[in-house]
Design a binder for this molecule. Structure first.
Ligand SMILES: [Fe+2]
Length: 226
């Protein structure tokens, strides 16, 4: 009888130990799980914060670059190249700035006659006596322009980007490693594509450009149609 009582007591104590052991393990698991969740959420928030900060910095840098280009008389827009025939944004720009002429040209070895020679000409530093207006429908390329201190600035033009270089600004154009751009060319009236290679500082268009954007430091003449 006494043995039986002791035996029951032993079983009960063993059961208690096992139960306590499980409780302890569960608490530890819960503790680790909570820590993991906190760590996981912290990482997500940290990632979101970095992404937000990165986007913010990128936007601010782009905005500063746009202002910097405006100071040189260069304006640009982002449009919808996949529906350019019905794009209201493009229509408004054309109406506001009087771009009556439009054509589309492909610059690539397969489609442009005398490709190598033409590309060499494009990359020769030059100016025009009218605006140079290009709207990138496909592909990409680079415009290099001179800043107020006569240093080169490289502008990457990508699909959907439209850029207007003012008359009289020294510039050049080249493709990137993809060797392809499909560009819309626009003009006020009958087009004149003649490049005047540097130095041509005596041209009225050059003098007018310097007076408007460099010597008097008066930028922003060409921003009204934005
Ligand atoms: Fe040009």
């Amino acid at each position: 009888m006494e043995k039986l009582k002791l035996s029951k007591l032993g079983i009960w104590m063993t059961a208690m130990k096992i139960r306590d052991f499980h409780i302890t393990v569960n608490q530890r698991n819960l503790f680790h799980l909570t820590n993991l969740m906190v760590l996981y959420l912290s990482l997500i928030y940290l990632f979101m914060f970095i992404q937000f900060f990165h986007d913010l910095i990128s936007r601010l840098v782009n905005l500063l670059l746009l202002f910097f280009l405006l100071e040189l008389g260069i304006v640009s827009w982002r449009l919808n190249p996949d529906d350019y025939e019905n794009d209201e944004g493009l229509k408004k720009i054309r109406e506001a700035r009087g771009y009556s002429y439009v054509d589309i040209c492909d610059v690539c070895p397969e489609k442009l006659p005398n490709y190598e020679a033409k590309l060499k000409d494009f990359f020769e530093e030059h100016l025009h006596t009218d605006e140079e207006i290009r709207y990138c429908l496909e592909g990409s390329g680079y415009f290099d322009v001179r800043d107020k201190n006569d240093r080169w600035i490289r502008i990457a033009v990508k699909k959907g980007g439209m850029i207007v270089l003012p008359a009289g600004i020294y510039h050049r154009f080249t493709l990137d490693t993809d060797n392809y751009i499909k560009a819309m060319r626009l003009f006020v009236g009958e087009p004149v594509w003649t490049p005047h290679n540097r130095p041509v500082d005596h041209l009225p268009a050059r003098k007018a450009y310097l007076a408007a954007f460099v010597e008097n430091d008066v930028g922003g003449h060409a921003v009204e149609a934005r």
